[in-house]
Each structure stands twice: as structure tokens, then as C-alpha cells.
Design a protein around this ligand. Structure first.
Ligand SMILES: Cc1ncc(COP(=O)(O)O)c(C=O)c1O
Length: 481
């Protein structure tokens, strides 16, 4: 039985050597993730995985030595995880993590600052604000901008659209957090394209407007919002006496990688006094590249922007941000509390809980800053440009091939295609077989009712030769069917 003196070992790695030894054990445990080309996953079945995991006693009466536990995690868990660094791991916007972020995660966990209040995160608050200002500048926002970190693009979109709804209510003199939705909210609508992420619908549902309040605007052949369709939709809303309170544009749609015409949508939002939200979860990183930045021009007109660091910024989950044009808009969310955010703090002691839908929150900004400082703008932009170039190359290869048909050109890092000679069930078979065998984690989706396969290029170490090989593997499987 351990006493309080021994319990210390649970909280303090007594000396540098202790911490280094533990970090080395953790690193050994994940080593299998770094092996060159072992495949994107092992081929164990769901039942086999379950058996290995269930063999671990979650909480034995007497604890087990940490290095043993880390070794067990290595063999039972990490070895059978999906490997985002493998070039055949191409299903989702799921990046390999950069090393500076991985090691900073250790210090984030050890220091355990909580971002809700200044008295739990005095300097961490300043780091997060510094990062938000940096992002605001890259976006082209005025000095009034700021932001807050969230757990992901879904959370950032919900937060942005929550602000939009509260702002619309405030304009008719209603504090929606206090009194609920005003009567006229029945006529409120969110406008988004038919390729917008489902979190826009989810936000409308959660915010009491209902999913039916999302006006789904048709997209062009590339999957970007069609402005003629937008104007027609707005005219219909006018005829019906309905009010578009927020326009949500997407910079980098999930499947097709399309970027909506941001400037034109932003202008329409302004004309109607509506909130302009840009879901730049995917292409937000383009603000870091001189070559790609122009693809998201018009983003600077937004009232709020979602940027996901755990996509094309190669951060481990979770790391996202909502950046707003005017920091004062966060006041629409603020709920004072006696213990956390009284509002009588000394000058400069900012409680970020006032900006967030969370209370306790991780200090994820640290790993983003550590990564950006380590990589630098030049290499960051070069890696991003390489991924866009790979996706363009893949599109070209598909267009030249007789096996495949490209569904749309991408402006970001995805490539969506089908095979004229194959049925939806063939595509399903190939994707499921490759996954089960651990050969490829391939994307499968549906575009306008048509079954499709998808590559998502997130790994800057991948090459054109890898793309050729991926296409060959899929073509061969389709033929074998
Ligand atoms: C355009 C877009 N927005 C939002 C999200 C949601 O992001 P998250 O998974 O971080 O919640 C995604 C996820 O892929 C996305 O593609």
C-alpha cells in the first residue's frame, strides 16, 4: 500500500532522467507508427482487436508499472491503430502529427493549464490570444479581431453560428440567452451550399431554428456555391417573408475541396445585414501561403471564421479555432458565474470562458505555436502547396485513365472519382476489402446521389509515385471483382 509520499510519484516525474525515460518508453510504444510503409493498419478483424483490448484489466487492484503499461499499449493498441503517416491512409482529413506538436502535448498535459479562467492559465491565456491575433492578421481581419480555440470544426461552426443567432436577436432587442428565441425567429434562415458540412445543419437544430431553417443552395460542377442559385434562393426568401440571418460559406468542402465564392457571398451578407461565417476548416491553412492565399480571398469579409489546426496544420486532435472580426461579439455569449468569471477582475485578467461553449479547456494553442515556430512559414507553405499539387496530379491521372472518372476538380487536397465500369457495390467492396486487409484506408462517399471513392492528401511525405501506386491498387481491385 502506498502512502502520500509514494503518491507523489503519480504526479511528479522526480528528475529529468525519470521524465526522459518515460518519454522514451512512450516513444517506443508508438514507434510502430513511424515504420516506413508497414501499411496504414494491421489486418486484424474487429473481433480480434476487441479480444486484445479486453485482455487489459482497466484497473487492477494494485497498479502496474508505467513502463509496462506503455509497452502493453504499444503492442495491444498503437501497433493496430490507423497510421496517418502511411501514404495509403487517404480516407479523411486526418493528418499525421508534426513532432513539435507531439512533444509539446507532453508539456501541455504536464502543466495542465485550463483555458477557462485567467487564474488557471495566466500566461497560457496570453499565448492563445497571441495565436488568435496572428490568425486574425493572416485572415486580413482588422485589429478588433480575436478568437478562441475549440475542439474541432464542428464546435467552431456551432460557435460561429451561435454568435450569428445571438447577434440577430440582439438587433431586435432580445437577449436570446436570457429570454429564448423571439417570435420572429420562426422566419430566420441560415444560408449554406448543398456541400456545406453537416455541422451547419446541426447548429441550426441545436440553436432552436431547426434543420429545416438551413436553405441549401445548389452548387456548380466543382461543388462551389452557385451565385445564380443563391440569388434565386434569396429572392424566394424575400417573397416568403423569410430572413437570412447568416450566410455560411465553405472554404474547402469536405469531399470535393471546393471553395465557395467568398467575396460575393460576403457582399450579399453585408447588403442584408446578415452574419457572414466562413467554414475554412479545410482551406483556412491557405492563408499561410502566398500561392494559395488568393484562393480564399474574401475570407477577410467574414464575421467569423472556422480554422482547423488538426487538418492541414498537422496538429494532433484536438485543435481548432473560431476567429471573429470583432471581439466584442463574444459578449453575446457571456454568462457570468460567481466562481469563474465575475467581471470584477483586475485589468487584463481575461477569462476566456466568456468566449467559449466549453468551460474547462485544454491549452492546445501551445502545440500550434510550437509547431509554427519550428516549421516556419516557408516550409509550412511549401508542404501545403505540395499537397495541393499532389491532388492536382491525381486528378490529371484520373482524367487520363480509362478505369476512372473524376467527379469534380478540387481546389484543396481531395480527389473524388468513380469508375464507369463499376457499380456502387463494387466501389463499396473495394474500399471495405482494402480497409479490412490493411492495404489502404480509402475514402468512400456519395456526391449528388452518385457513389464515389476519395483520396484525401494530408501527408506531405507522399509523392507522385505513391499516387500512381494508389490508383494502380484501386484499379486492380476493381478489375478483380
Ligand atoms: C468543411 C468542414 N467543416 C467542418 C468539419 C468538422 O470538423 P471536425 O471534424 O474537426 O469537427 C469538417 C470535417 O471534416 C469539414 O470538412
Amino acid at each position: 500500500m502506498k502512502d502520500a509520499a509514494a503518491w507523489r510519484d503519480y504526479f511528479v516525474a522526480t528528475d529529468d532522467e525519470g521524465l526522459i525515460a518515460l518519454a522514451a518508453a512512450a516513444s517506443r510504444a508508438v514507434q510502430s507508427l513511424d515504420q516506413p510503409r508497414p501499411g496504414p493498419r494491421t489486418n486484424l478483424t474487429p473481433a480480434e482487436l476487441r479480444a486484445r483490448v479486453r485482455a487489459l484489466d482497466v484497473c487492477p487492484y494494485e497498479g502496474v508499472d508505467l513502463s509496462t503499461v506503455l509497452d502493453e499499449l504499444g503492442t495491444a493498441v498503437w501497433a493496430h491503430g490507423v497510421r496517418p503517416l502511411d501514404v495509403a491512409c487517404v480516407a479523411h482529413l486526418h493528418p499525421p502529427s508534426v513532432v513539435p506538436a507531439v512533444v509539446t502535448e507532453l508539456s501541455i498535459a504536464a502543466a495542465n493549464q485550463s483555458m477557462d479562467s485567467w487564474d488557471q492559465a495566466p500566461v497560457a491565456t496570453e499565448v492563445e490570444l497571441h495565436l488568435m491575433d496572428f490568425l486574425g492578421e493572416r485572415i486580413g481581419f482588422p485589429a478588433s479581431a480575436s478568437g478562441v480555440m475549440t475542439s474541432g470544426g464542428t464546435a467552431s461552426n456551432v460557435l460561429g453560428l451561435t454568435l450569428a443567432r445571438s447577434w440577430a436577436a440582439s438587433k431586435v432587442g432580445v437577449d436570446v440567452l436570457k429570454s429564448g428565441l423571439p417570435e420572429e425567429a420562426r422566419r430566420w434562415r441560415f444560408v449554406a451550399s448543398d456541400q456545406a458540412h453537416f455541422s451547419v445543419q446541426r447548429a441550426a437544430g441545436q440553436l432552436g431554428l431547426g434543420r429545416d431553417a438551413v436553405v441549401s443552395v445548389a452548387t456548380d460542377s466543382a461543388g462551389a456555391m452557385d451565385l445564380v442559385a443563391l440569388d434565386a434562393a434569396l429572392a424566394r426568401l424575400d417573397d416568403q417573408g423569410l430572413i437570412p440571418i447568416a450566410f455560411s460559406a465553405t472554404a474547402g468542402t469536405t469531399d470535393l475541396g471546393a471553395i465557395d465564392p467568398l467575396a460575393a457571398i460576403g457582399q450579399r451578407a453585408r447588403e442584408r445585414g446578415a452574419w457572414f461565417h466562413v467554414d475554412a476548416a479545410v482551406a483556412g491553412a491557405f492563408v499561410m501561403s502566398d500561392a494559395l492565399g488568393p484562393r480564399v480571398s474574401g475570407i477577410e469579409l467574414a464575421d467569423s471564421v472556422t480554422v482547423d489546426f488538426h487538418k492541414l496544420w498537422w496538429q494532433p486532435f484536438n485543435a481548432s479555432a473560431l476567429v471573429v472580426r470583432d471581439v466584442e461579439h463574444f459578449d453575446l455569449l457571456r454568462v457570468r458565474s460567481n466562481y469563474l468569471d465575475r467581471g470584477d477582475e483586475l485589468e487584463g485578467m481575461i477569462n476566456l470562458v466568456g468566449r467559449s461553449l466549453d468551460t474547462s479547456r485544454r491549452f492546445d494553442a501551445a502545440k500550434v505555436v510550437a509547431s509554427l515556430r519550428t516549421i516556419g512559414q516557408r516550409d509550412f507553405a511549401a508542404m501545403l502547396e505540395h499537397l495541393v499539387e499532389l491532388s492536382d496530379y491525381c486528378a490529371q491521372r484520373i482524367e487520363q485513365s480509362t478505369d476512372f472518372a473524376l467527379l469534380a476538380p478540387s481546389s484543396a487536397v481531395t480527389c473524388v472519382f468513380d469508375a464507369p465500369a463499376a457499380s456502387a457495390s463494387d466501389l463499396r467492396r473495394v474500399q471495405q476489402e482494402l480497409l479490412a486487409e490493411g492495404v489502404m484506408v480509402l475514402g468512400r462517399t456519395e456526391i449528388r446521389g452518385r457513389a464515389a471513392l476519395k483520396f484525401t492528401f494530408m501527408n506531405p511525405l507522399a509523392t507522385r509515385t505513391d499516387v500512381d501506386q494508389l490508383l494502380d491498387i484501386v484499379a486492380e481491385r476493381l478489375r478483380a471483382g
